[in-house]
Design a protein around this ligand. Sequence first.
Ligand SMILES: O=C1C[C@@](O)(C(=O)O)C[C@@H](O)[C@@H]1O
Length: 253
Amino acid sequence: MNQVKIRKLVFGEGRPKICVPITGRTREEIALRTAELKAAKPDLAEWRADWYEEVFDREKLETTLAWLREELGELPLLVTFRTREEGGEQSVSPEDYAAFLRTVLMSGQADLIDVELFRGEKLLRDICKEAKAQGVKVIASSHDFEKTPAKEEILARLIRMQDCGADLLKLAVMPQDAADVLTLLSATLEMSEKYAKQPVVTMSMGAKGAVSRLAGEVFGSAMTFGSAGVASAPGQVSVPELKMALEVLRQGK
Ligand SMILES: O=C1C[C@@](O)(C(=O)O)C[C@@H](O)[C@@H]1O
C-alpha cells in the first residue's frame, strides 16, 4: 500500500492518526474550538467549514482559512464541507460546492481536502488532478447516518474513490446493531488487505460503533476522529481517551 505523507505525518504506517474537527458558526467560536484543539495535541486538524455561517463569502472564507493556517503552525490541516445530505450543517448547490473546493485549493492553506464521492465522480477526478498540481492531498468520503450498507457496497464505494485518484479513502456509516459494526470492520480489513493501494479510513458511528474508532490499527483504518470539546459526529471519543485506547491496543506490538 502507498503511504501518504502530509508534513511530518505518514498515513499507512504506525498507529491511526488522530484528527480533531473544528466546528463553530462564527470566527469567535472557531477561535475557541481551535484553542481547545491545540491544547488536546492531535496529529491533525479538520476545519468543518460547513459550520461557518460566512462560508459562502469568498473573502471571509479566505481570511478565516489564512487565520487557521497561521494558528495551527505545523499541524496538518484538512478542510471539509460536509453537505447536509451526508450529515453536514448546510445545503450547498453543486456549483457552490465545486467553487468552495477550488477556493480552498487555490488558497494554498490546506494540506488535505475532503471531497464527497456522491457529489459525482467527475468532480472527484477533476479535484484530484487539480489538487495534485497544487501539492494538496484529497480524502474522498462517503457517509450514511441512517444505516450500514452491505459489505460489497462498502467495498465498491472505497474502490471507486481509489479509481478516481483519491489519496485517502474514507467511509462513515451508522450501525443498527453489533452485526453492522462487524460488517464495517470486515469490509475495512478486506479492503486494506486485498484492494487498497491508498490508506483507508472508516468508522461506525454512534455508541455501538465506538470500538471502530479505537481498533483501526487492527482492522486497517489509518485515521480516527476524536473530540476536544464539541464532537462533530456521534460516537467520537475525547482525545485523551483515544490516545490511551490506541496505546492499550498496541501493547502487543
Ligand atoms: O467524515 C468525517 C468523519 C466523521 O463523520 C466521524 O464520524 O467522525 C466526522 C466528520 O467531521 C468527518 O468529516
